[in-house]
Each structure stands twice: as C-alpha cells, then as structure tokens.
Design a protein around this ligand. Structure first.
Ligand code: UT7
Length: 337
C-alpha cells in the first residue's frame, strides 16, 4: 500500500477583466514597452477595478476549482487556505470570508502569508493537513490585488505586478496516484526582510508615534538584490525537492517557476540544466501576480493542453520574507472548469 499523499483534484483561475498593456503604462509614467519586455518579459497585466478586493477574485477562482474537482457539495471540503500578500483586511483573515461566500459552511479557514511563495507554502500546509487526516479535501487559493499597493510614481514596481487568483482542490489519496504531491521543500531568511514588502498597517509601524506616511502603504522592492536571491534560492530548493522525490532533473517534464521575471526563469533553467522548452511561461499575459502566479500558470498551461496525465512537474517560488519553496508532483489529468 502506497503512502498517503495530497492529490490534485481540481484547478481554477480568474483574472479581473481589465487588461493594462505596457503601452498604457508608458503613457502614464517614464517607461516603455521595450524596457518592460526586455527586462521582465511582461507584455500586459490585469488590474482589478476599484472596489474589487482579493476575496472577490479568490471566490471566483475557488468556485472554478470546486467545479473542476466535481465536488459533490459543500460537505466535501474540510479546509480553505488563502495564500495572499494583499488580504482584504489586516484582521480577520480573508479565508473565512471566502469559505462562507463559497457556501462551504463552518470549516477551517486560514490565510498563509509568505509573499510570492505563498501558494507553495499553502500547498505544503494543505498537504500536511490531508496526510494528518484533518480533512479529506482542501481548497487552496492564491489570490492578490496588488494595484492599490503600487506607487504610481514608482516605475520599478508599477510595471511588474498584476492581480488575479488561482485555486486547486487537493484530496487525500496515495503517493502513487497521478496528481500526488511527492515532495516539498520550504525555506526562509528573515535577515533579508528589508528587500521587499509593504510596511504599513503592521504592529511595528503602529507601535511608533510616527504619523502615517502614504508611502508606507505601497510595495517597495530592491529588485536587483531580490533577483540574485530568487535565482539562487529557487535553484537550491528545486534541487532539494527533486532529491527528496528521487527524480533527476532530466525526468522533470515541466518547470512551473514563480512568474516574476522571464530573465529569472531563464537563469533558473540554466542553473538547473533544464532546457527552455520545459519552462512554463505565463507572465507575459498577467505580470507578477505573487501568490496567484503558480496556479494561474498551471491553469493556463493546462488549458493549452501542455500537461499529460502522469507528467512530472516541479513548482518553485520565491518572495518577500525572504521565503522560497518547491513542490514536486505528478499531473492528474483533471478537467478545467
Ligand atoms: O515576486 C517577488 C520577488 N520579486 C522579484 O523576483 C523581482 C526581481 N527583480 C526583477 O525582476 C528586476 O530586478 C526588475 C525587473 C524589478 C528590474 O530590472 P533590473 O534589470 O534589475 O533593473 P534595475 O532595477 O537595475 O534598473 C535598471 C535601470 C535603472 O536606470 P539607471 O539607473 O540604469 O539609469 C532604472 O531606473 O532601469 C531603470 N528602470 C526603468 N526604466 C524604464 C527601472 N524601472 C524601469 C521602468 N522603465 N519600468
């Protein structure tokens, strides 16, 4: 009898309808389509309209993932995890509201805050909960609305980030089934917390007498330094998760890296010794959607028919914290809603 494991059973995605092209941004700030494409690979992103919050996107994606999983009813899901760096409110968490609006009753619901690594951290949390028997099925959603946190005067972040949500349903199964999470690697280095973040609203800021500064509500990022750590940590974590899975790099069919920057993905592929064909790329369409980036990329590649049942996938992410993490799983051959 194979070991118990979390198995991918459903997948859904949602991006807000408004598309913002590089051309549009270059009319608003000192940037250009050529700079953005050359330095990042991003061609457009989606931004939520005013009034739309992270939970609104999460509910849409969650609904689609539940449909894709063919869940019989609300009783099927035992836990909801929302990975986000842009929760609706500082307190309470976003997940209980999402669970309620999806009609899932009074089940366990929590947020995971690990920046752009949030989805991978949430998969690991869900996987542990399933293996421990706390739930039979867990809905995991990565969702972000970054637009309100982007300083319109900061071209180094305003052109990068986009809004959206992606979701998966994981069920309790066994490690030999297609769709099983085979191994997980997570890490963090808090000594590098000053490289990327949104300082406002936390107790550190509230604990001082300093008057609120609008700049504290915006995302800051030291892009060049983050770039270097991103490549190094994702490469190390990928190697660790593959070693744990007992897979060689050559056996990996698809690398789904956090969609932050095409140059980062190429550098990662080079370090791992993976050819570019096996890299999943979605950031040209949606930009960096932080915790939503991996499930959105999965949904896009699945919709294009890129994955076959039994394919071996390596997911790897990096983000604020600093945090990083990787997951090795096989593809289950699920239907998209
Ligand atoms: O998802 C969370 C983790 N985040 C990441 O992984 C992001 C990692 N970092 C990156 O992706 C890249 O560092 C960026 C895309 C953010 C920036 O690219 P870069 O090649 O590192 O550019 P840079 O910051 O070194 O800036 C190069 C030049 C600067 O001008 P000078 O000083 O050389 O004259 C910037 O002022 O490009 C300028 N610049 C821009 N020019 C046009 C910065 N942003 C822009 C812009 N348009 N939007």
């Amino acid at each position: 009898m194979s070991e118990p494991a979390a198995v991918l059973a459903g997948l859904g995605a949602h991006v807000p309808p408004r598309t913002v092209t590089n051309e549009e941004l270059s009319r608003r700030m000192d940037t250009s389509d050529a700079w953005i494409v050359q330095r990042t690979g991003i061609r457009q992103r989606h931004w939520a309209d005013p009034g739309v919050a992270t939970s609104d996107l999460a509910v849409e994606a969650g609904h689609r993932a539940l449909k894709s999983a063919g869940t019989a009813g609300p009783d099927d899901i035992g836990m909801v995890i929302v990975a986000t760096a842009t929760p609706d409110t500082q307190c309470p968490a976003t997940a209980p509201d999402v669970a309620a609006r999806l009609g899932l009753g009074t089940i366990a619901a929590l947020d995971v805050s690990a920046g752009c690594s949030g989805f991978v951290y949430a998969l690991a949390t869900a996987s542990a909960a399933l293996v421990a028997g706390y739930a039979e099925r867990v809905l995991v959603i990565g969702a972000e609305t970054f637009r309100p946190f982007l300083d319109p005067a900061d071209r180094s972040t305003a052109v990068i980030f986009g809004d959206g949500a992606g979701a998966v349903v994981l069920r309790r199964g066994t490690a030999d089934e297609p769709g099983a999470i085979v191994s997980v690697d997570l890490g963090a280095d808090g000594t590098l917390k000053e490289l990327v973040g949104i300082p406002g609203n936390g107790s550190r800021h509230r604990s001082t007498d300093r008057p609120p500064d609008p700049a504290d509500q915006y995302l800051f990022m030291h892009g060049k330094e983050v770039f270097v750590h991103a490549v190094r940590r994702m490469a190390q974590s990928s190697s660790a998760v593959l070693a744990q899975a007992g897979w060689s790099v050559g056996q990996v069919d698809h690398v789904v890296g956090h969609q932050a920057n095409l140059r980062i993905l190429h550098a990662l592929a080079k370090q791992l010794g993976v050819d570019g064909e096996r890299l999943v790329r979605h950031l040209d369409q949606v930009g960096n959607t932080s915790a939503a980036s991996i499930p959105l990329a999965l949904a896009d590649a699945a919709a294009q028919g890129r994955f076959q049942a039994g394919d071996r996938l390596l997911l790897t992410a990096f983000g604020a914290g600093l945090t990083w993490g990787s997951v090795a799983l096989t593809w289950p051959g699920i239907a998209l809603a």
